[in-house]
Design a protein around this ligand. Structure first.
Ligand SMILES: N[C@@H](CCC(=O)N[C@@H](CS)C(=O)NCC(=O)O)C(=O)O
Length: 240
């Protein structure tokens, strides 16, 4: 069976899990890293010498690390023609958005550090304002791109959407009063209609409406409501 090492509170891990869930592949998640530790132990460093999550272990033992490389590998192996468009330009249209989140991530991290991790009295208003402005400008680029498109690569959902979707979920759930970006909102709404996005991104990254069990493995039944309201847990922002 496919195995993934990594804590679900990491955006890099959760996008891999979302990808596997989209494809309905059986998999098992071992939560390591962060408060679960173990990533500096010898057995883990043999899997990934960088000591970072996620690590992907295919059912025949082949190992991949680096989250986008994992998503590309999974898409190429299991979703040729869908998540991995088989025509080279259609594929480049999806692929070019996969590293785009690196632009917005530092500002999202600053926003999360200020709004989610810091108590109100210890927030740096100037830093928050600057982070918000910078993030708005970058999200606006994606918004423009999405005008007239259903997904980042056009009509079809691809690996490009998987690379960005979890960050969009955080963007729309941070308490920052984001300016209206209609194409971006409509795309995000489309993602929220996907059962795999609901099961993995919305459940892992939002406060459960009812108490749920700890997310230890992919086989745990996580049958609580999917909240649409704002209110991300601190853990949803651990190590963006
Ligand atoms: N570029 C790498 C980044 C990997 C990374 O920095 N992972 C973080 C979590 S997002 C990590 O392992 N942090 C240490 C930990 O969780 O213990 C990727 O996309 O996979």
């Amino acid at each position: 069976m496919i195995q993934v090492w990594g804590r679900r509170s990491s955006g890099n891990v959760i996008k891999v899990i979302w990808c596997l869930r989209e494809l309905d592949l059986p998999f098992h998640v071992w939560e390591v890293g962060g408060r679960f530790g173990q990533t500096k132990e010898r057995w883990f460093l043999e899997l990934n010498p960088n000591g970072l999550v996620p690590v992907f272990h295919d059912d025949d033992g082949y190992v991949v690390w680096e989250s986008n490389a994992i998503v590309r590998y999974v898409a190429a192996k299991y979703a040729m023609g869908t998540l991995w468009p088989d025509e080279c330009r259609a594929r480049a249209d999806a692929d070019r958005w996969m590293d785009w989140p690196l632009l917005v991530q530092p500002h999202m991290t600053n926003l999360a550090a200020g709004l989610v991790r810091s108590p109100e009295q210890r927030r740096d208003a100037v830093q928050l304002k600057e982070a918000r402005q910078a993030a708005v400008a970058i999200w606006a680029t994606l918004n423009e791109h999405l005008v007239g498109r259903e997904f980042v690569a056009g009509k079809n959902f691809t690996m490009g959407d998987i690379a960005i979707g979890h960050l969009a979920h955080r963007w729309f759930n941070l308490d920052i009063d984001p300016p209206e970006m209609r194409a971006l909102s409509r795309w995000y709404e489309r993602l929220t209609e996907r059962p795999a996005f609901q099961a993995e991104i919305m459940n892992a990254c939002a406060r459960p409406a009812k108490a749920g069990p700890a997310f230890r493995t992919s086989r745990v039944d996580r049958s609580f409501d999917v909240p649409r309201a704002r209110g991300l847990e601190q853990s949803a922002f651990d190590g963006l």
